[in-house]
Design a protein around this ligand. Structure first.
Ligand code: FAD
Length: 302
């Protein structure tokens, strides 16, 4: 369904609709995949997941910020979230989107914001993941992480398997904690695989490489075929459970999340929260046409 995918990706990038959506709270079914609009709500969601032995990576929603004041506000709110995670003693770390913190405005400005966040998290021994976004931000995000890691060691990032150079990046950054994903944005055929099978093959190859060579691997997928493959691969290669974890997004395949945790695998749920939910939610609709059920269910339940 590439046309539907392109349609939702285009919607996800529409700034006007994004601003409009922010005014109206969680709508269109987004509340089932976004864990609240404020810090107390997200802390409750984390506590609930922790009860089942599931750890969390928390994302303060927001991206592609072009205004310095807005980026500073986002930085302050992320720091407030880190403090709340610490104060509540919940099992969670942070995922940040560099474009929310000014990477599209100015590298050094973004670096200052990110240093404050990572420094605060470092005090509490908390990991900070640098989410990867669109291709134009790929190299700058790696560069940002490298520069921050000259001071702090609690950082890691994401490898998007749809890029031709993904394996190279996994090799280059193997000493960091890496999250391996298929990739969520629309990228040019000059830099990224377009065919699902090609992406899946590269995804498996990079996961295997990372499991064998990297410090710690987060396998972030809802794809049961990949998960079953990983289970067999770690068994065959005697890779201990403390070298990897599975990750899924909040609200998706809940039964499988609980089951994997119950089976004794480390499991981490990506928990987004906040009012800037629109772009995130549209990308989830783009990924899987069936996710449109989230919207229709809410409309018909009313
Ligand atoms: P898909 O290719 O979407 O699905 C494969 C198959 O799995 C489907 O055909 C279906 O059989 C099954 N399946 C999938 N979902 C469901 C479901 N809900 N219910 C039932 N069956 C299902 N992308 C980035 O570009 N940058 C990031 O930093 C990033 N971080 C992420 C963090 C996490 C924790 C996760 C889970 C994803 C992240 N992504 C990120 C998104 C990722 O790149 C993919 O776009 C997204 O995960 C969809 O791919 P998939 O591997 O889940 O499987």
């Amino acid at each position: 369904m590439p046309i539907l995918r392109d349609f939702f990706i285009a919607l996800s990038e529409n700034q006007f609709l994004n601003k409009a959506a922010q005014k109206y709270g969680l709508k269109l079914g987004a509340q089932s995949v976004v864990a609240g609009t404020n810090i107390p709500e997200v802390i409750e969601s984390i506590k609930e997941l922790n009860k089942h032995g599931i750890s969390c990576t928390v994302d303060v929603l927001g991206e592609f910020v072009n205004d310095r004041a807005e980026a500073v506000k986002a930085k302050d709110y992320i720091i407030e979230t880190i403090e709340a995670i610490h104060e509540n003693g919940v099992d969670a770390h942070i995922s940040i989107k560099p474009s929310q913190l000014g990477l599209k405005i100015d590298f050094d400005f973004c670096y200052e914001n990110v240093m404050e966040i990572v420094g605060t998290a470092h005090k509490y021994n908390m990991h900070v993941n640098f989410d990867q976004e669109t291709y134009d931000l790929l190299e700058p995000t790696f560069k940002l992480m490298e520069k921050v890691s000259e001071t702090y060691d609690n950082v890691g990032t994401v490898i998007q398997a749809y890029f031709f150079k993904a394996k190279e990046y996994a090799e280059k950054y193997k000493n960091y904690r890496l999250r391996i994903v298929k990739g969520a944005y629309k990228e040019s055929p000059n830099v990224a695989y377009q065919d699902k099978n090609d992406i899946d093959l590269n995804f498996i190859e990079i996961i295997e490489y990372s499991l064998l060579n990297c410090k710690f691997t987060s396998i972030a997928t809802h794809d049961h075929n990949v998960i079953n493959h990983v289970k067999q691969f770690v068994k065959d290669h005697n890779i201990p459970n403390d070298r990897f974890e599975f990750q899924m997004l909040y609200g998706f395949r809940k039964d499988m999340q609980l089951q994997l945790a119950k089976e004794g695998y480390n499991f981490c749920t990506y928990v987004p929260f906040g009012s800037d939910w629109y772009g995130y939610f549209m990308r989830r609709l783009a990924e899987r046409p069936q996710n449109i059920q989230l919207v229709t269910k809410q409309v018909f339940n009313k």
